[in-house]
Structures are given as C-alpha cells and as structure tokens.
Design a protein around this ligand. Structure first.
Ligand code: PGA
Length: 256
C-alpha cells in the first residue's frame, strides 16, 4: 500500500526447549518437506532450535531446505574450562545459525540477569550467528502496571550496541503466557511491540525500524493469524506448538 513502510521478512522460530529425542527429527523433516513442496516460496524465515544434542544431525538432515537450525543458549566465552557449557562458536560448528539468549526460563532457572544476557548476546554476535534476545514481564509485573517499564529496561540492558537488523531479533514473551494457553489481547501485544519499536528506533535509527520483533507465548495455529498481523509483530517464537510439524506449519501458514 502506498506510504506503508516495508516490513521485515517475518521469522517463525521453534524453541523445542528440553524436548526432542532423535525420533523427533522426523517432525523437523516433515516441516522442511512441506515447505519445499509448496508451489509458492516460503512466506517467512523458518528456524527450529532443538536441544543441543540434535543441532548437528538436524542441520545435516535439513541442509538446503528452507528450515534453519538454531540453539537455545550459549556460554559467553569462546572455549575453556566451563564443564557442561557450549560456546556460540561450538554451536556454529555444529550447524547453528541462530542462538536464543535470555529466555525467561533461563532467567528464572539459572538466575540470568540482563547483564549476563547482554554478555551472551555479545558472544552470539562474535560467532556470526543471529541472536534472538528474549524479554517479557511476569504476571505480577503486569498486574502492577509495570509491563512497559520492565520490557524496556530488559531491552536496554540486554541488547548490545553492535545489534543490527541482520544479527539481532527481539522476542517479546510475557512470562505468564508461556506454556499456559493464555495470551495478551491484540491491543496489549500492539502496545508492547510499539514501545519496543520506539526504543529500538531511538537507539538504532533505521536499523531499529528493520529489526524483527517476535511475539512468543502460547502461539498456536488457532491464534497465529491474529497475533502475527498485529502492527510491529514480525513473527513468532513458538514453544509447545513447534514440536509437531502440523502445528508448526499451521503457524507458518498465518503468513500465507
Ligand atoms: P509456548 O513457549 O509457545 O509453549 O508458550 C514459548 C516460548 O517459551 O518460547
């Protein structure tokens, strides 16, 4: 439409969390096969972030398909004495092209602070991967009317100065909407995404305008179309509904 700003290409990203044995590779393959069989080009960038154990094999199986493979977390350092951790560089070597940082489950389970998330994002940028930086308020913070303050503060502190629309995606995920079947109203999503866009453009100028802002939290095929067409929503970060190919494809179908 004349005068309408060009929107970034949407990204639909699946976060498998701590789910996925090798038998689940068939679901990822089914997503790739269905997208490849479309007569029209895939309407969105598509990413699956399986457990780290599946990154390498999945990236090999899905090589050359429209589905990219990512990881769910990384350490801040390149290498060294950090038993059990994985660096961004190790994940890239395994085939990851994107890494999620600052997911609320990691912030809660591992006491990750905004500063720590920032260091992790810097590590992702160092590795050349796409960083997906998660922010979002708790139920209590929303009830207390603190949503915009919390989200903007997390954004300010978690996001590195070197962020661009090519290396960074923001994921707004209200903590209370994750895995609960609850979602904010479209008005609430629009309000938060507009506030995020505002901060991004005041900090990064045109790059902030082009940076993708995903919505996450109980996105399903049934609500995807409505949520994905809210202004400043440039895709989805999907947990539970990314585990089954049919559901994940149903969400991607929100883009046509
Ligand atoms: P959900 O999880 O889609 O299962 O609510 C979203 C997320 O945590 O990324």
């Amino acid at each position: 439409m004349a005068g309408e700003k060009a929107r970034p290409r949407p990204l639909v990203a699946g976060n498998w969390k701590m789910n996925g044995l090798r038998s689940a590779l068939a679901e990822a393959k089914a997503v790739a096969d269905a997208l490849a069989a479309r007569s029209a080009p895939c309407p969105a960038d598509v990413l699956i972030c399986p457990p780290a154990t599946l990154v390498m094999v999945m990236s090999e199986i899905l090589k050359g398909t429209p589905v990219a493979i990512g990881a769910q977390d990384c350490h801040t350092e390149v290498s060294g004495a950090h038993t059990g951790d994985l660096s961004a560089e190790i994940l890239v070597d395994a085939g990851a092209t994107a890494i999620i940082v600052g997911h609320s489950e990691r912030r809660a389970d591992h006491d990750e602070t905004d500063n720590y998330v920032h260091a992790k994002q810097r590590a992702v940028l160092r590795s050349g991967c796409l960083s997906i930086v998660c922010i979002g308020e708790t139920a209590g913070q929303r009830r207390a009317g603190q949503t915009l303050d919390v989200v903007v503060r997390q954004l300010e502190r978690s996001l590195d100065e070197g962020s661009t629309s090519f290396n960074t995606v923001i994921a707004y995920e209200p903590v209370w909407a994750i895995g609960t079947g609850l979602t904010p109203t479209v008005e609430d999503v629009a309000e938060v995404h507009a506030a995020i866009r505002d901060r991004l453009t005041s900090r990064f100028g045109d790059e902030g305008l082009a940076m993708r802002i995903l919505y996450g939290g109980s996105v399903k095929p049934q609500n995807a179309r409505e949520l994905m067409h809210v202004p400043n929503v440039d895709g989805a970060l999907v947990g539970g509904a990314s585990l089954k190919a049919a559901d994940f494809l149903g969400i991607i179908a929100a883009y046509g």
